[in-house]
Design a protein. Structure first.
Length: 575
């Protein structure tokens, strides 16, 4: 059997036949990827050896910078159709990176399109694909199909049949590609933001916004793209002056994706935000959320109580719904009737009765909760307490023998009591009903593929309030950046938590409207670990970095500033 190093065109033809047979059977692998896997060799190693055997240059595309003038020597359509990339011009010859050296149709098309002498070099299919998106922009080949004419406004009916040649079809393909790329990158949000001279598209991945590369001509098709999204989400495409909300349900790779869509009018057109909710990925069991053993045991004791309120607080996108689902799943049984009201229902739990808010027909949190209490529930989950009416019903439900779970938007756990008081709830009702408040944030976790140990200056650690006792012994890690994490050094997220259990010592403070800082200090003295303390523990465990903990726990600095002034208090708040 031939080795990779002495491969010949004839031998490669045999491999190509095997690849075609696999393709006919449903495989979508590129040719060289297929051959390399079949022969048990890494693709980049295989391509390097094949380049040597053929006498072609091998290119590492991430290390190269391609000039705009070179990129323009090949049409977008040809570049994306055959996955080829113009790299450089040497002595009047255009060098093209390709991944299949035996595709005659590709070579002929490239020579004809370039209209100048060309030479070929080998690179991996994966690197060529990434470079095409980087230099030409995501969806460039789709926009190229729209032609040079003025883009028309989309006026699509749901039952209109669209052919591949229509401009509408190209817009559809472009929007689908943007959603597909966001899904592959694990994005939670996509933002279409009209600017004066461009339509900017940004994805939020692991809580951080990243601008995606796009073709410079995209601005011309802004109206058509936004109209397409509005059609998909059931909005009125003729209404451009008022904000609108909609929803798209799609299936990607067998996964149900619920996309919430929001539009608002801006100076340069409608800004559109898409929130991607992957139903199959939102659920985690209680033991997978990242609680310490002490906190997990405390939570398990609280969630089996017959009545009371358990509040989860934090900003949008901090994993509150995931925590609530984990709590409900832990107590779900045939002996308990559990009813939820949510906006939207993000994950369907078997055996639990879930209601979706429909504000357009009057089904609000308050109305739904009022009727839920007539359904003989043991446990009630309210997606969010937004107003005094919902808060009042939830409080009274807990006092009449129901266990209630809900969320609030506050910076930390002690602030929840102030928030409820501001809503008009009497402090004695709050003190009597609330059993615990959990604040949480999501920190990015260090990429496992490029995780490396780092040295941190002890003076810096003292300045940021890192526990003094651990400064000499703790090890610190960070991600150096690799292909696996797109050079970010992070991949995935983990929760950090602050669990405040309402004890008899805290109830008088709540009833007397004590400031949140006073309640926080008393809770810390009783053993509550703040968000930053939990963050430091995850830093010491090698889960995340110092910078991530500082980024998501900035409110700790406010606590320190508001502390009474004694050194011990400042140290506890800070650490």
């Amino acid at each position: 059997m031939a080795t990779v190093a002495d491969a010949s065109p004839a031998q490669f033809d045999d491999w190509r036949k095997s690849w075609r047979a696999a393709a006919d059977a449903g495989s979508a692998e590129p040719l060289l990827t297929f051959v390399a896997r079949e022969r048990g060799v890494a693709e980049d190693v295989f391509v390097q050896k094949l380049a040597t055997a053929l006498g072609w240059p091998y290119l590492e595309l991430p290390k190269l910078t391609i000039e705009n003038a070179v990129r323009g020597k090949l049409s977008t359509k040809i570049a994306f159709q055959y996955f080829v990339l113009p790299v450089a011009i040497h002595n009047g010859v255009l060098q093209i990176a390709v991944s299949d050296p035996f595709d005659a149709a590709m070579m002929n098309a490239v020579r004809f399109d370039a209209k100048m002498p060309v030479s070929f070099a080998l690179a991996t299919r994966n690197e060529i694909e990434k470079a095409l998106k980087k230099y030409f922009g995501v969806g460039a080949e789709t926009l190229d199909e729209m032609g040079e004419g003025e883009p028309m406004e989309l006026e699509l009916a749901y039952d209109k049949e669209i052919t591949e040649g229509d401009q509408e079809a190209s817009v559809i393909k472009f929007v689908n590609q943007i959603i597909w790329e966001a899904f592959k990158d694990r994005a939670t949000d996509i933002h279409f933001e009209p600017q004066e001279d461009e339509l900017r598209i940004r994805n939020r991945v692991d809580g951080i916004l990243h601008q995606i590369p796009l073709p410079p001509t995209l601005k011309r098709f802004q109206a058509a793209i936004i109209s397409r999204i509005k059609v998909m989400s059931g909005m009125n495409i003729s209404e451009k002056r008022l904000p609108q909300d909609g929803r798209i349900n799609v299936r990607i790779k067998g996964e149900e994706i619920d996309i919430r869509v929001s539009t608002v009018p801006t100076v340069y057109g409608e800004s559109v935000s898409l929130r991607l909710l992957t139903r199959g990925k939102i659920f985690l069991s209680l033991d997978k959320l990242g609680f310490s053993k002490l906190e997990e045991d405390a939570i398990r004791e609280i969630i089996i109580k017959p009545h009371g309120i358990f509040l989860v607080t934090g900003p949008t996108g901090s994993g509150k719904s995931t925590s609530l689902y984990a709590f409900l799943s832990a107590i779900n049984s045939v002996h308990k009737r559990i009813i939820t009201i949510e906006e939207p229902v993000e994950y369907e739990l078997k055996g639990i009765n879930q209601i979706a808010v429909r504000s357009d027909i009057g089904l609000t949190f308050a109305m739904g909760l009022r009727h839920i209490l007539r359904q003989d529930p043991n446990v009630v989950m309210v997606g969010e307490i937004r107003d005094s009416e919902t808060a009042d019903i939830a409080i009274r439900a807990s006092l009449t023998g129901h266990l209630v779970f809900s969320t609030l938007h506050t910076n930390d756990a002690p602030s929840a009591f102030t928030r409820l008081t501001d809503m008009g709830i009497e402090p004695f009702l709050i003190a009597s009903s609330v059993e615990a408040v959990q604040a949480q944030r999501l920190v990015r976790t260090i990429c496992s593929q490029c995780k490396t140990e780092q040295t941190v200056d002890p003076d810096y650690l003292r300045r940021i309030g890192f526990p003094e006792a651990d400064i000499g012994t703790a090890k610190f890690w960070h991600g150096a950046g690799c292909e696996n994490c797109r050079q970010q050094g992070y991949q995935g997220r983990k929760g950090i938590y602050e669990l405040l259990i309402v004890t008899e010592a805290l109830r008088p403070l709540i009833m007397n409207r004590a400031p949140a800082t006073t309640i926080a200090q008393r809770a810390i003295d009783a053993g509550m670990r703040t968000l930053r303390v939990d963050g430091w523990n995850k830093v010491k465990a090698g889960v995340t970095t110092i910078e991530e903990v500082l980024r998501v726990t900035q409110m700790e600095e406010h606590r320190e500033a508001l502390a009474a002034g004694d050194d011990k208090t400042q140290f506890i708040s800070r650490s």
